[in-house]
Design a protein around this ligand. Structure first.
Ligand code: NDP
Ligand code: GDR
Length: 362
C-alpha cells in the first residue's frame, strides 16, 4: 500500500470512498506535478468530479505545496480524497511501487523541468526528468501490470521552428533541450500505445497561464512586476525578446481538455490552443495598462533572458479537440492579462497588510 507521507493529505488508495465531493465517480487518479500550476487546477477538477486524487510530491527543503494547500485534508481524517506521496520522476523504482500499490484508473504526467530557458542551463537534468521521467512512468505502468489510462503533458514547444498555425500533423522541430525532451516523451507515449495497447494520450498544449503561473514565466513575471511597480517595490522590469508570438490560454480550461482526453473512447493526441496569438510586447502593454502604467517607462532589455535558439511563433489549431472532445476555450489573452494583474495586485496588497495570502482559486 502506498504510504501517505510528510505534510500529506488524503487517504491511502483502498480506504477511499471517492464520495466526499461532487458527483462521485469512485475513480482514482495519480498526478505527477501536482504542486505545479496545472496540477493544482486538475486536482480541483478531479475532486469536484468525485475522484480520489493521489499526487506525487518531490522532496524539497522548503514547503512546495502552496498551490494545493487550500485542498489540504488532515492526514488523520477518515475518508480523505487527496493524498500526497513522496517520489520523483528520476526514481523509476519508486514509480513502480507507487503504481502497483495505488492502481489508479488514470495517470496524469504533468511533472517536468518545464522552464525552456533553464533547460539550456541544465540540459541533462531536463532530459532526465522531462524525457526519461516520462519513459520511467510508462515503463512503471507496464511493469506493475495495472490497467490504467495515461495523459502525457506534451507541448507546443515540440513544434519550435515549424511555422504556424500548428496542428497534430505539423512536423516537430524543437528549439531547446526542453522541446527535445518533450518530443521524446511524446513518441514514447505513442510507442507504448502502439506496442502494448496502453490507453495513452498526448495533449499538445500551447502556453496557458493563470494567477498560479510560476513567477519566472514571462506573463506572470510581467503581471507580478505591475503590482510591485505600483506599490513602489520595484521600478524596472528586465525582459528578453519582446517579439516572440505566443497563443496564451487560461489554465483551468486546459486541464478540462486533459480530463476529456482520458474519457474518450480511444486514446489519441490533441492540440489544445486558443488559435489567437500575440507578441510578448502586446501582452506587456495590456498588463501595464490594466495596472494604470506605461510599460515604456519601466521595461529594460537584458540578454540573459534570451534563448540561444528562440521559438518565434506558436499559434495552435485546436479543431480536432473541438470536434472530437467538444473542448473550446473561452478566455482571451487580453482578459487573461487583466485577470492576472488584478490577482497579483490583490495578493501583494494582502501581503503588505499582513493578511495571510491564500492561493487564488480562479
Ligand atoms: P510547473 O512548472 O508549474 O509544474 C511542474 C511540476 O513538475 C511541479 O509540480 C514540479 O514540482 C514537478 N516536478 C519537477 N521536477 C520533478 C521531478 N523530478 N519529479 C517529480 N515532479 C517534478 O508546470 P505547469 O503546471 O505549467 O505544466 C505542467 C506540465 O505541462 C509540464 O510537464 C509542462 O512541461 C507541460 N506544459 C505546460 C504548458 C504551460 O503553458 N503551462 C504548455 C505545455 C506543456 P515542484 O513544485 O516541486 O517544483
Ligand atoms: P515558453 O514560456 O518558453 O513559451 O514555455 P515563457 O513564458 O518562459 O516565454 C515565452 C516567451 O517570452 C519570451 N521572453 C521571456 N521569457 C521569460 N521566461 N522571461 C523573460 O524575461 C522573457 N522575456 C521575453 C521568451 O523568449 C519566449 O519567447 C512555456 C512553458 O510553460 C513550457 O513548459 C511550455 O511547454 C510552453 O510554454 C508551451
Amino acid at each position: 500500500m502506498g504510504k501517505s507521507v510528510g505534510n500529506s493529505v488524503g487517504p491511502s488508495a483502498d480506504d477511499s470512498t471517492g464520495e466526499s465531493l461532487g458527483d462521485s465517480t469512485g475513480k482514482s487518479a495519480l498526478i505527477t506535478g501536482i504542486t505545479g500550476q496545472d496540477g493544482s487546477y486538475l486536482t480541483e477538477l478531479l475532486l469536484e468530479k468525485g475522484y480520489t486524487v493521489h499526487g506525487l510530491l518531490r522532496r524539497s527543503s522548503s514547503f512546495n505545496t502552496g498551490r494545493i494547500d487550500h485542498l489540504y485534508e488532515d492526514p488523520h481524517d477518515e475518508g480523505r480524497s487527496l493524498v500526497l506521496h513522496h517520489a520523483d520522476l528520476a526514481d523509476g523504482v519508486a514509480l513502480v511501487n507507487l503504481l502497483r500499490d495505488l492502481r489508479p484508473d488514470e495517470v496524469y504526467n504533468l511533472g517536468a523541468q518545464s522552464h525552456v530557458r533553464v533547460s539550456f542551463d541544465s540540459p541533462l537534468y531536463t532530459g532526465d526528468v522531462t524525457a526519461m521521467g516520462t519513459l520511467r512512468l510508462l515503463e512503471a505502468i507496464r511493469a506493475s501490470g495495472i490497467d490504467t489510462r495515461i495523459y502525457q503533458a506534451s507541448s507546443s514547444e515540440m513544434f519550435g521552428a515549424a511555422p504556424p498555425p500548428q496542428n497534430e500533423a505539423t512536423p516537430f522541430h524543437p528549439r531547446s533541450p526542453y522541446g527535445c525532451a518533450k518530443v521524446f516523451g511524446y513518441w514514447a507515449t505513442v510507442n507504448y500505445r502502439e506496442a502494448y495497447g496502453l490507453f495513452a494520450a498526448n495533449g499538445i498544449l500551447f502556453n496557458h497561464e493563470s494567477p498560479r503561473r510560476g513567477e519566472t514565466f514571462v506573463t506572470r513575471k510581467i503581471t507580478r512586476a505591475v503590482a510591485r511597480i505600483r506599490a513602489g517595490l520595484q521600478h524596472h522590469l528586465y525582459l528578453g525578446n519582446l517579439d516572440a508570438v505566443r497563443d496564451w490560454g487560461y489554465a483551468p480550461e486546459y486541464v478540462e481538455a486533459m480530463w476529456l482526453m482520458l474519457q474518450a473512447e480511444r486514446p489519441d493526441d490533441y492540440v489544445v490552443a486558443t488559435g489567437s496569438a500575440t507578441t510578448v510586447r502586446a501582452f506587456l502593454e495590456e498588463a501595464f495598462l490594466a495596472g494604470g502604467l506605461d510599460w515604456r517607462a519601466h521595461v529594460r532589455f537584458d540578454p540573459a533572458y534570451e534563448r540561444p535558439s528562440e521559438v518565434d511563433a506558436l499559434i495552435g489549431d485546436a479543431a480536432k479537440a473541438h470536434d472530437l472532445l467538444g473542448w473550446k476555450p473561452r478566455v482571451t489573452w487580453a482578459e487573461l492579462a487583466r485577470v492576472m494583474v488584478e490577482a497579483d495586485i490583490a495578493a501583494l496588497e494582502a501581503e503588505l497588510s499582513g493578511e495571510s495570502v491564500r492561493v487564488d482559486r480562479r
